[in-house]
Ligand binder design. Structure first.
Ligand code: F0G
Length: 358
């Protein structure tokens, strides 16, 4: 058997991170020190159950496969690389959790100080643990994400020494657009629909930019309809007004005044897509469905894309991609709240057999 084994082609297996792999699409040159953790090349998983339910080919772009467990790493590699190029020593962000985890990791890699503002009591445990263990200065703000972002904007305006790494930093969007490139490169075709959760609206903006750039360079001949989903209790774009007190179980998208509001509406309108809302109940149903039926464990906010797909009519036979933005282990409390934790059993063979009914 041994002689039948062909070693993997390591040349092909080497992935240098999204900045190197998509360099010609990004604002970098020989002066940019590339700070990377090998982000990107995340799995695009075929979803047979969803495909059969929707009579379409449905794929899940699992961004939980990034180094810090969310899509934020795609933009953070570029934002931190550019901050390093500009000589910045300190970066700051407001975050519902994932941005802070990613910023903390890339800043540590670059030897920078990282400060993060997070809404007290509304950040998933895994994300808080990450920001702390990577060594960020974590400030729990007695307010929500929108208030924290406002303070961060002011910090950026008043101090030239501090670089803001929220998605108001254009390099974040530039890096995140590589998700669209990967989908097209992996599928070999352009999806007909792209389903995505919407919070601060940076990611829908970034994906649309990516699809449009492939189109413009003649790499593709079409672009998908962008289908964004906000949580019903935090759906300013759907409602057409700021939500003062956003509420949702999907804490990652608990945002009432998205920074990229206009760009998200542009993505929707240019692509012929839609931005709608899904209830917490629908989000949690999709969250459980994904784990139980497709064996993909994402965080609740990520499941908003699939919750959206489940209630949207798509053209028969179409190719659909749903972005799952973050890993399920980010928010262990959300998972535990959806199941009943089993009672302890005696450590005997008989007790286990009784439990198993054998
Ligand atoms: N899904 C997850 C898991 C997120 O963490 C976020 C945003 C989104 C979706 C929405 O993406 O903001 O680009 O529309 N998280 C930000 C953060 C706000 O601070 O981690 P968006």
């Amino acid at each position: 058997m041994a002689e039948d084994f062909k070693r993997p082609d390591h040349e092909r297996l080497v992935w240098r991170g999204v900045v190197e792999e998509y360099r010609s699409f990004l604002p970098v040159d020989e002066n940019t020190p590339v700070i990377t953790l090998g982000e990107g090349r995340t799995p695009l998983i075929y979803a047979p159950e969803l495909s059969s339910l929707k009579s379409a080919d449905v794929y899940l772009k699992y961004e939980g496969g990034n180094p810090t467990g969310s899509f934020k790493d795609r933009g953070m590699t570029l934002a931190i690389s550019k901050a390093a190029e500009e000589g910045s020593q300190t970066v700051v962000c407001a975050s519902t959790g994932n941005t802070s985890a990613s910023a903390a990791a890339y800043a540590a890699k670059a030897g920078m100080t990282c400060a993060v503002l997070i809404p007290e009591g509304y950040i998933a445990l895994g994300k808080l643990a990450q920001a702390l263990i990577y060594g960020a200065k974590v400030m729990q703000v007695k307010g929500n994400f929108d208030q924290a972002l406002q303070i961060v904007r002011e910090l950026g305006e008043h101090s030239s020494k501090i670089t803001v790494v929220n998605s108001i930093n254009p390099y974040r969007i530039e890096g995140q657009k590589t998700g669209a490139f990967e989908i097209v490169d992996t599928l070999g075709v352009v999806p007909d629909y792209h389903f995505i959760p919407v919070g601060n609206a940076g990611n829908i903006t970034a994906y649309w930019k990516g699809y449009k750039e492939y189109l413009k360079r003649g790499i593709t001949a079409s672009a998908p309809k962008m289908m964004g989903f906000q949580a019903a209790g935090a759906a300013p774009i759907v409602l057409g007004h700021v939500v003062e007190h956003p509420e949702t179980v999907a804490t990652a998208i608990r945002i009432g005044n998205p920074a990229s509001w206009e760009n998200a509406m542009q993505a929707r309108d240019e692509s012929g897509g839609a931005i709608s809302s899904v209830t917490d109940g629908e989000i949690l149903e999709a969250y459980r469905f994904l784990a139980a039926k497709e064996s993909v464990f994402c965080e609740p906010a990520s499941a908003a894309s699939v919750a959206g797909l489940l209630k949207t009519e798509v053209k028969r036979g179409s190719v659909v991609v749903c972005v799952l933005t973050g890993h399920g282990l980010k928010d262990p409390d959300a998972a535990i709240s959806q199941i009943s934790v089993p009672e302890a059993v005696d450590a005997t063979y008989d007790a286990i057999c009784r439990e198993l009914g054998v």
